[in-house]
Design a protein. Structure first.
Length: 192
């Protein structure tokens, strides 16, 4: 895979401030919001997000005038990171690249669940993010299929639904989530 601009990358770049101090605050707010949403879901307090980021609530509202804008920005940033992760693993062996990316995808599901609760799937950004995710991860799956390492009786959408279903529940810890994901992926891998 070669580096390519994904539609979501353009959204993220357009939203990010250009001044260094403003960009630092923006990034801190996204990281804090991601953490708060993972812990508290869609009900996370915006005051808590600002506090975690080390900024005032006014800075949060200057960057994200509405709660919805914050949710959409966190989601777009997470999908953008997921697209970059696909590029980062593209040089690995096909199966390792795919499973490495799917591990990252399973972590993304936590953010997606909180955002889905808040936005109820009516946000235009979902379509752009979905397109970007398929453009980034789809080639990894196709490469594993062509190498004879992944089932050919399923498509990338099936694979994402499988991983989302398996990892979209509560686990004791990350090790348990990783173990359950590995078990599910054994059903995707063809005989070695």
């Amino acid at each position: 895979m070669t580096a390519q601009p994904f539609p979501v990358s353009e959204i993220v770049a357009a939203q990010r401030p250009h001044r260094k101090d403003a960009a630092r605050n923006y990034d801190a707010l996204l990281a804090a919001a991601r953490e708060a949403f993972a812990e508290h879901g869609a009900d996370a307090s915006l005051e808590d997000v600002a506090r975690r980021a080390g900024v005032g609530i006014g800075t949060l509202y200057r960057n994200f005038p509405t709660r919805r804008a914050l949710f959409e920005s966190v989601y777009a940033d997470e999908v953008n990171s997921l697209c970059q992760a696909a590029l980062d693993v593209a040089d690995q062996e096909p199966w390792e690249a795919l499973t490495s990316w799917l591990g990252r995808f399973s972590g993304y599901m936590v953010t997606k669940q909180a955002v889905r609760q808040a936005l109820e799937n009516d946000s235009e950004i979902f379509g752009t993010c979905r397109e970007s995710m398929f453009s980034a991860g789809g080639p990894l799956f196709e490469r594993a299929q062509k190498a004879g390492l992944a089932r050919t009786d399923m498509d990338f959408g099936d694979l994402l639904r499988l991983v989302a279903g398996v990892t979209g529940t509560t686990f004791v810890d990350d090790a348990q989530r990783d173990r359950v994901l590995a078990i599910a992926l054994d059903g995707v891998r063809t005989n070695r």
